[in-house]
Design a protein around this ligand. Structure first.
Ligand code: NAD
Length: 255
C-alpha cells in the first residue's frame, strides 16, 4: 500500500452511518464502503437502494432498522452491530429532519421532533459509542453532519437552525473532552444539496433561483460531493483534526 492508500484506507474498519437509506447518508455509506469499511446503515426503512450502490463499488453494507426519534434505539443499534462485528470504529451522525414553518407558528411537537433527532440523539449515540472507545482505549471517529444553518439563521426553519447550530458547538465540545482518548470528533457542513431535505426549496422557483444564484459553484450539491470529506474525516488522514467542521458547500460560506 502506498502512503496515500494507507492514509485514506478504511480496510478492516466498521462504520455506523445513520439515515443511510437516502440522500447524503446514502452517499456517505457508499464512500466509506468503497474505502474498505463495513458499513452498518441505520434507517427506519429498507436500505435496499444503498445496498445496491455499495455492492456496485464492491463494498460491504448491512442495514439496521431503527427509529432514531426513540432513545431506546441506541442500545438496539449497538447490540445489533456488536453481534455482527468485533468493534465499531466510525460513527457518522447523519440522520436529520427539517420542518419549514414561520417561527410564530412552530408547535412544541414539531420543535421536539427536530431537536430530539438532530441534536439529542446525536449526543447520546455518540456518548454510547465513545464509552466503548474509552474503555478499549483504541479511539474512533465521529462525524457530525452540520449545515449552513450551523453558521446562519435560515428562513422559516428555527428548530432546524437551533439543532444544527448546536451540533457544530457539540462537535467542538466533544472534541475537547475526547481528543485525548484518540477519538476524533469533526463535522461536515453540507451546503444546498439536491436531496429530500431540499425538495420544497427546489420546487419553489423563486427560492430555488435565489439559492442557485448565491452558490459560487452555480449548482446544487449531490451525495457524491460528500465522498471526499467523509473518507478524509473517517480515516487516518485526519488523525490530528479535532472539533473542526469542513464545509462542502460549493463556496456558499465564502460568499
Ligand atoms: P434526507 O431527508 O434524504 O435524509 C435524512 C435521513 O434521515 C433519511 O435517511 C431518513 O430516513 C433519516 N431519518 C429521518 N428521521 C429518522 C428517524 N426517526 N430514524 C432514523 N432515521 C431517520 O436528506 P439529506 O439531505 O440526505 O439529510 C441528511 C443530513 O444532512 C441531515 O442531517 C440534514 O439535516 C443534513 N443536511 C442536508 C442538507 C441538504 O441541503 N440536503 C444541507 C445541510 C445538511
Amino acid at each position: 500500500m502506498s502512503l496515500v492508500q494507507k492514509l485514506f484506507s478504511l480496510e478492516g474498519k466498521t462504520a455506523i452511518v445513520t439515515g443511510a437509506n437516502t440522500g447524503l447518508g446514502q452517499g456517505i455509506s457508499v464512500a466509506l464502503a468503497a474505502a474498505g469499511a463495513h458499513v452498518f446503515g441505520v434507517a427506519r426503512r429498507s436500505c435496499a437502494e444503498t445496498l445496491e450502490k455499495v455492492n456496485a463499488v464492491g463494498g460491504t453494507f448491512t442495514e439496521v432498522i431503527a427509529d432514531l426519534s426513540d432513545m431506546s434505539a441506541i442500545d438496539k443499534i449497538i447490540a445489533e452491530v456488536s453481534s455482527k462485528t468485533e468493534r465499531i470504529d466510525i460513527l457518522v451522525n447523519n440522520a436529520g429532519i427539517i420542518k419549514r414553518e414561520d417561527a410564530i407558528n412552530v408547535t412544541v411537537e414539531d420543535w421536539d421532533q427536530v431537536i430530539n433527532l438532530n441534536q439529542k440523539m446525536v449526543f447520546f449515540l455518540s456518548q454510547a459509542v465513545a464509552k466503548r472507545w474509552i474503555e478499549d482505549q483504541k479511539g474512533g471517529k465521529i462525524i457530525n453532519i452540520c449545515s449552513m444553518l450551523s453558521y446562519q439563521g435560515g428562513i422559516r426553519v428555527p428548530s432546524y437552525t437551533t439543532s444544527k447550530s448546536g451540533i457544530i458547538g457539540l462537535t467542538r465540545a466533544l472534541a475537547n473532552e475526547w481528543a485525548k482518548y484518540n477519538i476524533n470528533v469533526n463535522g461536515i457542513a453540507p451546503g444546498y444539496m439536491a436531496t429530500n431535505n431540499t425538495t420544497q426549496l427546489r420546487n419553489d422557483a423563486s427560492r430555488s433561483e435565489d439559492i442557485l444564484s448565491r452558490i459560487p459553484a452555480a449548482r446544487w450539491g449531490t451525495p457524491e460531493d460528500m465522498y471526499g470529506a467523509a473518507i478524509f474525516l473517517a480515516s487516518d488522514a485526519s488523525a490530528y483534526m479535532n472539533g473542526f467542521t469542513v464545509a462542502v458547500d460549493g463556496g456558499w460560506l465564502a460568499r
